[in-house]
Design a protein around this ligand. Structure first.
Ligand SMILES: Nc1ncnc2c1ncn2[C@@H]1O[C@H](COP(=O)(O)OP(=O)(O)OP(=O)(O)O)[C@@H](O)[C@H]1O
Length: 313
């Protein structure tokens, strides 16, 4: 358990109405990872996080956080965990700094003598130093989200749990939060980040787990997951019609032709792509470029579930 920041076995939650939100989940989050918890809306991510944080009891199965059983060890574990779960809800009529001072004061273990310095350091950390004296109601959504992160960073944390931290942000706000998450990870905290955005997970995370309908589809290092998905074959040619015909004969499926570019799914089996280039040349197709596009997490998801990654669930 030492090197797992989070580990669940058979973790299951069935709500009173009968809804099976999480179904026998076995998660393993290595210490030091930036772990992406990915799934369409309604796939059970928030319910899992609420169980990890001891906010709700599992119906069955176990959850260990930082090596301790939850919710039993919540009082010992949670001081080491910074969480951003419900989305930001600062007091609008108070400044960002006042919000954090109040938040810090609610922590009985926080030393009041060092409170101001702690709050200012957290505000600087998330880039809110200059806006610290503004009322929170004047903050943009991205600034509120950063204020929430600052609250999670008031003390050193071994684990940060962030539920959809870029939800509702514009692209610039998303970039800022992602950059901040990378920085936090460099300091050695484990980051557990839920998202319904595949590219976000690919950009930020070292490891990922993919959920669909309460079940784990796959988990592991992001590079390995993406590599599992076979990339598409792509040919650039002034003879796209002929190229498509040759590729089809060769067993390439799902062909698309866009101007001088033909792409498709490679044929099943481990045939050497060199055979395909030879076949194209043999048929007189002039090839400007030939390649296998890198597989993405989305390809892996589609290959594993046979479904599209529909963010509306
Ligand atoms: N308190 C509850 N009572 C009954 N059903 C619930 C409750 N909370 C969640 N659910 C249901 O459990 C399923 C999983 O929901 P959950 O919120 O965990 O998914 P999610 O992946 O976090 O999605 P989202 O990103 O939309 O929050 C959904 O079908 C949801 O309707």
């Amino acid at each position: 358990m030492d090197d797992a920041a989070v580990e669940t076995r058979g973790l299951t939650k069935r709500f009173r109405g009968g809804q099976l939100a999480v179904d026998h989940l076995d998660l393993a989050v290595p210490a030091g990872a930036v772990f992406g918890f990915l799934g369409p809306n309604g796939s059970g991510k928030t319910t899992t996080i609420r169980m990890l944080m001891g906010l709700i009891e599992p119906t069955s199965g176990t959850a260990h956080v930082l090596g301790r059983r939850m919710p039993r060890a919540a009082r010992t574990v949670l001081p080491h965990v910074g969480a951003l779960i419900e989305g930001p809800a600062p007091y609008g009529f108070r400044t960002g700094r006042d919000n954090l001072l109040r938040y810090d004061a609610a922590d009985p273990t926080a030393d009041p003598r060092t409170r101001a310095a702690r709050v200012d350091a957290a505000l600087e950390r998330v880039g809110l130093g200059a806006a610290a004296g503004k009322k929170a109601k004047a903050y943009s959504l991205g600034m509120k989200q950063r204020l929430g992160l600052a609250a999670a960073l008031l003390r050193p944390r071994r684990l940060l749990v962030l539920d959809e931290p870029t939800n509702g942000l514009d692209p610039q706000g998303m970039r800022e939060i992602r950059a901040l998450i990378r920085e936090l990870a460099q300091d050695g905290s484990t980051v557990f980040l839920s998202s319904h955005l595949l590219d976000e997970i690919e950009q930020v995370c070292t490891h990922a787990a993919v959920m669909a309908r309460g079940r784990l589809v796959v988990q592991g290092p992001v590079a390995e997951l993406a590599a599992r998905a076979q990339g598409r074959i792509a040919v650039t040619t002034p003879d796209p019609g002929d190229a498509a015909r040759v590729l089809k004969e060769y067993g390439v499926t799902d062909l698309t032709v866009a101007e001088d570019r033909v792409t498709g799914e490679p044929p099943p089996g481990d045939r050497d792509p060199a055979e395909l280039t030879a076949a194209l040349v043999h048929a007189g197709v002039r090839v400007r470029a030939f390649g296998l596009e890198r597989g993405t997490l989305e390809d892996a998801f589609v290959a594993l579930t046979g479904e599209g990654f529909d963010v509306t669930g």
